[in-house]
Design a protein around this ligand. Structure first.
Ligand SMILES: Nc1ncnc2c1ncn2[C@@H]1O[C@H](COP(=O)(O)OP(=O)(O)O)[C@@H](O)[C@H]1O
Ligand SMILES: [Mg+2]
Length: 223
């Protein structure tokens, strides 16, 4: 199986040297657990290797805000923007409530950019807009994505204590959980690989750290 390095320090050794390529991977976590940071590092790793990346923002963060957020990280280079990493705002399409419009824009952007790496962050707000059409939208979306030679990260925003959004879990090839815990009296963050198609992946929670220089890092110790 072909694999693509995640760019997240410490993660590839947990998943047999990278994410399956092509594939669709869900990165799930409550707000502030590091989903967007994770996805940016994934795209920057690609840019470093000469691959193209496409970042779809949904209703949560406008593109100019994302650019400001991205530029703070040590691994982000200004020259990546618009050359190696293209940002597309799906806000208007999602607000229209028409799944066809959303899929059309995704397809058109992919055809223009021809990315090896794609991010949709977060996918769950689409569910809040589409309601009863969400499941069939996800089915169509994953079919479209599987036609492209790319690894796609979709992020899922969940309530604290919830693991992942159930609607999308069935359609993805892998699930990475970002977790918050209060167990030791202080707030700690963890990563867990819940599933990864065709991969003998590690089980259990791994401590993570988030910093400006490195973004999200998986630490050696396992819990
Ligand atoms: N420059 C930074 N230095 C240290 N921690 C940061 C920095 N930027 C973000 N973080 C941490 O990452 C978290 C936000 O990550 P983010 O990727 O936006 O999460 P999510 O997308 O899951 O809401 C913040 O709550 C903060 O703890
Ligand atoms: Mg985010």
């Amino acid at each position: 199986m072909e694999r693509i390095p995640s760019g997240i320090p410490g993660l590839d050794e947990l998943v047999e040297n990278g994410f399956p390529f092509p594939s669709v991977i869900l990165v799930s976590g409550a707000t502030g657990t590091g989903k967007t940071t994770f996805c940016l590092r994934f795209l920057c790793q690609g840019a470093q290797r000469g691959e193209r990346g496409l970042f779809f923002t949904t209703l949560s963060e406008p593109v100019h805000w994302m650019l400001r957020f991205s530029s703070q990280f040590g691994f982000m280079r200004p020259e990546y923007i618009d050359r190696d990493i293209v940002y597309v705002d799906l806000g208007d399409q999602i607000r229209s409530g028409d799944p066809e419009k959303i899929l059309e824009t995704i397809d058109r952007s992919i055809a223009e950019v021809m990315p090896q790496r794609i991010v949709i962050d977060p996918i769950t707000v689409v569910g809040e807009m589409l309601k009863k059409d969400y499941r069939s939208f996800l089915f169509d979306l994953s079919n479209h994505l599987k036609h492209w030679n790319a690894t796609t990260l979709v992020t899922g925003e969940v309530q604290p204590g919830e693991l992942y959004p159930p609607e999308i879990a069935y359609t993805v090839d892998g699930i990475v959980l970002l977790l918050l815990s209060d167990e030791h009296g202080d707030r700690r963050k963890y990563l867990e690989v819940l599933k990864m198609r065709g991969t003998a992946h590690s089980s259990g929670r791994h401590s993570i750290d988030i910093s400006r220089k490195e973004g999200l890092v998986v630490l050696k110790a396992r819990f």
